[in-house]
Design a protein around this ligand. Structure first.
Ligand code: SF4
Ligand code: SF4
Ligand code: FES
Length: 259
């Protein structure tokens, strides 16, 4: 995060009376911002330019982990800056990255078992079952439960339960056992995807077709086209109708696979 030269707080726009302003503290400095803003928008309203810790702005990328607290409480609160609306007297600091243990491994040499997880993340046994991680998760994931399933060797269960994880790190921010829940979760999803879920038939077929150079003719044709022709071909391509049948296929598949 960087700061523009002069805070826009003093601009004409802000000097005009605006109802429902609330005082907040960004990196230790007080600003009055509209009460309806998210923390992310409040930073920008106050003149900060977010170049780190800001991505999708829609609660999906997990880049905007933020910590805050209130003057009458020592409790550290956490949230996604793009999803958390400001409250009066929030003291806010952004932490775009939570340092947490990330094990190194070669997925091809692992087995999809609980002992794989506990060997790579032995600290998982330190979990005290406090549930703070679950209460911190902006994606409403039962984090404590997927940790518990990972300990029990239920790789599929841990992987499925953690599927919506956006890797924001907020669960780790307040964990008394210093777990890196999201790194444990992604290990279980990798094991699940590599060893447990049946392979996708269409993907296997596609790889085989690439190896057999079945796309070469179509690609060769495209490579010879100039940009305008490419645009024309792209715009005129058959596209799946919005409400088409589930088994829809393009009529002309010559350009996809050539015998
Ligand atoms: S916050 Fe940490 S110790 Fe508490 S339940 Fe979650 S993983 Fe376990
Ligand atoms: S499990 Fe942890 S890292 Fe994943 S979305 Fe929830 S709080 Fe963020
Ligand atoms: S900016 Fe992507 S989750 Fe907030």
């Amino acid at each position: 995060m960087s700061k523009d030269s002069a805070p826009k707080n003093k601009s004409k726009k802000q000097s005009e009376p605006i109802h429902d302003m609330v005082p907040i503290f960004l990196m230790g400095k007080k600003y009055d911002v509209p009460a309806t803003l998210t923390i992310q928008k409040a930073f920008e309203y106050a003149g900060y330019q977010l170049v780190r810790g800001c991505g999708c702005r829609g609660g999906i990328c997990g880049a905007c982990g933020t910590v805050y607290r209130f003057p009458d409480s020592y409790r550290i609160e956490v949230g996604l800056a793009c999803q958390t609306v400001v409250e009066p007297n929030m003291y806010i600091a952004q932490i775009p990255f939570f340092p947490a243990n990330r094990a190194q491994y070669d997925l091809e040499k692992l087995e999809p078992t609980g002992s794989t997880v506990t060997a790579l993340y032995p600290e998982i046994y330190k979990c005290v079952g406090c549930g703070t991680c679950t209460r911190s998760c902006p994606m409403d994931i039962d984090v404590m439960e997927y940790i518990s399933r990972a300990i029990r060797g239920d790789i599929a269960g841990a992987a499925e339960l953690s599927f919506d994880c956006v890797m924001c790190g907020l669960c780790a921010a307040r964990c008394p056992a210093e777990e890196a829940q999201y790194n444990i979760a992604i290990l279980t999803r990798r094991l699940y995807g590599r060893y447990i879920v049946p392979g996708a038939r269409h993907l296997k077929d596609a790889v085989e077709n690439i190896k057999k150079k079945k796309f070469e003719k179509g690609l060769g044709k495209l490579k010879k086209m100039n940009v305008d022709k490419l645009k024309e071909v792209y715009n005129e391509r058959e596209t799946e109708p919005q409400f088409g049948p589930e088994d829809w296929e393009p009529e002309n598949k010559d350009y996809l696979v050539t015998k």
